[in-house]
Design a protein around this ligand. Structure first.
Ligand SMILES: Nc1ncnc2c1ncn2[C@@H]1O[C@H](COP(=O)(O)OP(=O)(O)OP(=O)(O)O)[C@@H](O)[C@H]1O
Length: 265
């Protein structure tokens, strides 16, 4: 049994747009943090968001699952369509979005529970109680997150006993267990060593077969290595959005060129 009820027979078109952002503005009180953002993000691609500190990368990511509205002073204008539906519209049920859009944070944040319970948590909340089904979901999610072999004999151990890189892959497994469409990643490797970083990058590339991935990263090499498209943010604006190869080899805006060549940031 699967907790996702989407169409097995509906072969997705890889160029479908999963998120369409139109004239998005966002203010934290007086701070105009996002300015006229227009971005169309394709399904089943990896979209990287790069830019210097404070340019609005995390804010934009957090508008995509409406997490940003947890900040009381936030005000928005414009529109974000997720699979054609306006998510900023208050009539859109945020709970629906949370089951379709998973998020992985900068610092691994497993629950203080066993490895098994971390992954089974979401499916249980969605009403799955059958032990065999949960076992299958846990095993599949851990395998898809490239961590099964390392933890299959430690399922009952507390997740805090895993290394940082293992904890981050466990958090990715926890996200996969609810079978989202989209995975938002906010600098998911910034707290990891180089080997763990490469493992997570390999994993992310593998996941794009089945998920749309939007990743904020400070690491331009990472964006260049793993993403299909890259958006360069500066002072709350999207300066350039293009195929990653084009953006890094032949940027059309001088500010992009200055940033990717390390002249600022
Ligand atoms: N909760 C908040 N309340 C008020 N202002 C905020 C809040 N969060 C972010 N900001 C402001 O909004 C702007 C964009 O911040 P954001 O965190 O989105 O940038 P970022 O590009 O993700 O930065 P970094 O790379 O340092 O994480 C900044 O000016 C920041 O100070």
């Amino acid at each position: 049994m699967s907790i996702k009820e989407t169409d097995q027979n509906n072969t997705p078109n890889p160029k479908n747009i999963v998120y369409d952002t139109q004239d998005l503005n966002l203010w934290y009180g007086e701070t105009h943090a996002l300015k006229n953002i227009n971005l169309s993000i394709n399904e089943k691609e990896i979209t990287a968001i790069i830019g210097p500190s404070g340019c609005g990368k995390s804010t934009y990511l957090k508008t995509l699952n409406r997490m940003v509205e947890m900040v009381p002073s936030v005000r928005t204008s414009g529109d974000i369509k997720y699979n054609g539906k306006s998510i900023l519209d208050r009539s859109f049920k945020v709970e629906d979005l949370r089951t379709r859009v998973g998020m992985v944070f900068q610092k691994p944040n497993p629950f203080p529970k066993s490895v098994y319970e971390n992954v089974a948590y979401g499916p249980k909340i969605h009403g799955i109680r059958d032990k065999k089904t949960l076992d299958e979901i846990v095993e599949k999610s851990l395998k898809d997150a490239f961590i099964w072999d390392e933890v299959k004999d430690r399922l009952k151990e507390n997740a805090y006993g895993l290394s940082g890189g293992q904890q981050q892959r466990l958090c990715i497994a926890r996200t996969l267990a609810i079978e989202p469409d989209v995975i938002l990643m906010d600098e998911p490797t910034s707290a990891l060593d180089p080997i763990s970083t490469l493992k997570v990058e390999e994993l992310v590339q593998n996941l794009k077969e089945n998920y749309s991935i939007i990743i904020v990263t400070h690491n331009m090499q990472q964006a260049a290595r793993i993403s299909d498209k890259t958006a360069f943010f500066l002072n709350g604006e999207v300066v350039e959005f293009d195929e990653t190869e084009t953006l890094f080899s032949n940027p059309s805006d001088k500010r992009t060129e200055d940033y990717i060549t390390g002249r600022f940031g």
